[in-house]
Design a protein around this ligand. Structure first.
Ligand code: HEC
Length: 194
């Protein structure tokens, strides 16, 4: 093992042979290791690091360009929020709970993407929304209480719209869905959904 390590470090000369008791010159090996480490770090500092940080900057720019905008994240929120209505309407409570999580995930994403808008701290509004109206909806879903769910849903719509007003977009008005958001998903609980 030690022999191998010394060989890798290039300190074993031909014919030299290692014995842990006598011929091991610890100081010599350590000093050679030190020289190697020094050489390694100076190479990193001189050439690799600037190249790495330029690469990193490029990668961050690429990722930033690939990240969805707040509008896209909100469109996803809208879709999950509408699905939630149909899932709860069909008493498909597992799907309803899933859609609540999707709504949470997306509004959190929106706040992370744009922490402040029109002087409004999005994270603060999202946190309050999750702790009150969304928590109420989750509780209604857990208790399988359709009436409470309908009340909670109307209150959640008010919060969606009050944030839109506060962030300077009073023209984005959410209402109770008048039809299913997609034609190709089953809302009711059936044998295949168990
Ligand atoms: C914390 C504030 C906030 C909350 C809460 C909020 N929104 Fe938004 N929403 C915004 C902002 C800001 C925009 C504008 C995004 C942009 O600039 O593209 C927006 C835009 C939208 C849009 C328009 C997207 C488009 O490009 O057409 C929809 C739809 C939407 N929100 C749905 C909802 C729904 C549904 C809820 C509630 C479940 C909700 N929003 C809750 C801040 C919020």
């Amino acid at each position: 093992m030690v022999y191998l390590r010394r060989w890798r470090l290039g300190v074993v000369e031909k014919g030299e042979h290692y014995s842990s008791r006598s011929s091991w010159n610890g100081a010599r090996v350590l000093s050679r290791v030190g020289v190697l480490l020094l050489a390694f770090f100076s190479i990193r500092c001189q050439s690799q690091e600037p190249r790495d940080s330029a690469g990193l900057e490029k990668r961050v720019k690429q990722l930033e360009a690939a990240v969805p905008g707040v509008g896209e994240v909100m469109t996803a929120t809208q879709l999950h929020f509408a699905k939630l209505f149909y899932a709860a309407g069909a008493k498909n409570w597992k799907l309803a709970a899933f859609e609540i999580d999707e709504v949470k995930e997306n509004i959190e994403k929106a706040a992370a993407l744009r922490p402040q808008e029109n002087g409004v701290q999005l994270g603060g509004v999202v946190g309050a929304f999750e702790q009150t109206q969304i928590a109420f909806l989750s509780d209604a879903v857990e208790r399988q209480d359709t009436d409470a769910f309908r009340r909670g849903y109307a209150e959640a719509i008010d919060v969606c719209n009050s944030c839109h007003r506060a962030t300077g977009r009073p023209f984005i008005v959410i209402v109770e869905p008048t039809g299913p958001p997609v034609p190709n998903q089953q809302w009711s609980v059936g044998p295949a959904t168990q």
